[in-house]
Design a binder for this molecule. Structure first.
Ligand code: MG
Ligand code: FE
Length: 168
């Protein structure tokens, strides 16, 4: 069980870092969006959810007896995959931002599915409930982005045709 606990905590730390990274990327993107108000509103509401997710994961990490240092360790750390997406988030091009957002949400979905399985192995019902709540929020965000991607792409293309500021 000791190895399971180690793996579980490592994945939990990674997920916390992932949420901190999500916050940075979405805040940057929302602040630049001018011509896509629906997308901006949806991102802002997911920023609020993401803040709660990061706080909930930090609480779990602290409760695991690992102390706050564990939480601090994760700040600023990013997986290579998240790093590759962050360039697209900071790009002014809203289509690339939407692509990066969809990919990021799906990484979050995969992470929470893994964490749910590990928490079940640990018999940690409280954590399973937290991860399940997060998973539903990520699935809803991924679905929203998938549903709205055609409309965003069409707006982008028609603005570009009209030589209007198309990118953000
Ligand atoms: Mg999240
Ligand atoms: Fe998310």
């Amino acid at each position: 069980m000791e190895k399971t606990r180690e793996n579980y905590l490592a994945w939990l730390r990674d997920a916390h870092a992932m949420e901190e990274q999500a916050l940075t990327m979405m805040q940057g993107m929302a602040s630049r969006l001018e011509n896509y108000p629906q997308l901006r509103v949806r991102i802002e509401s997911h920023i609020a959810e993401t803040r709660e997710q990061a706080a909930a994961l930090a609480t779990l990490l602290q409760r695991k007896g690992s102390g706050t240092s564990l939480v601090k360790d994760t700040l600023g750390k990013m997986t290579a995959f998240a790093q590759s997406l962050s360039g697209m988030f900071t790009d002014d091009n809203v289509v690339k931002g939407t692509l990066a957002g969809f990919a990021f949400e799906n990484m979050e979905i995969a992470s929470y599915r893994i964490l749910i399985t590990a928490a079940e192995q640990m018999g940690d019902a409280e954590a399973v409930a937290v991860f399940t709540r997060c998973l539903k929020q990520e699935e809803a965000m991924a679905e929203w982005l998938a549903d709205h991607s055609p409309g965003i792409t069409r707006s982008f293309l028609s603005r570009a045709e009209l030589d209007m500021p198309a990118h953000r």
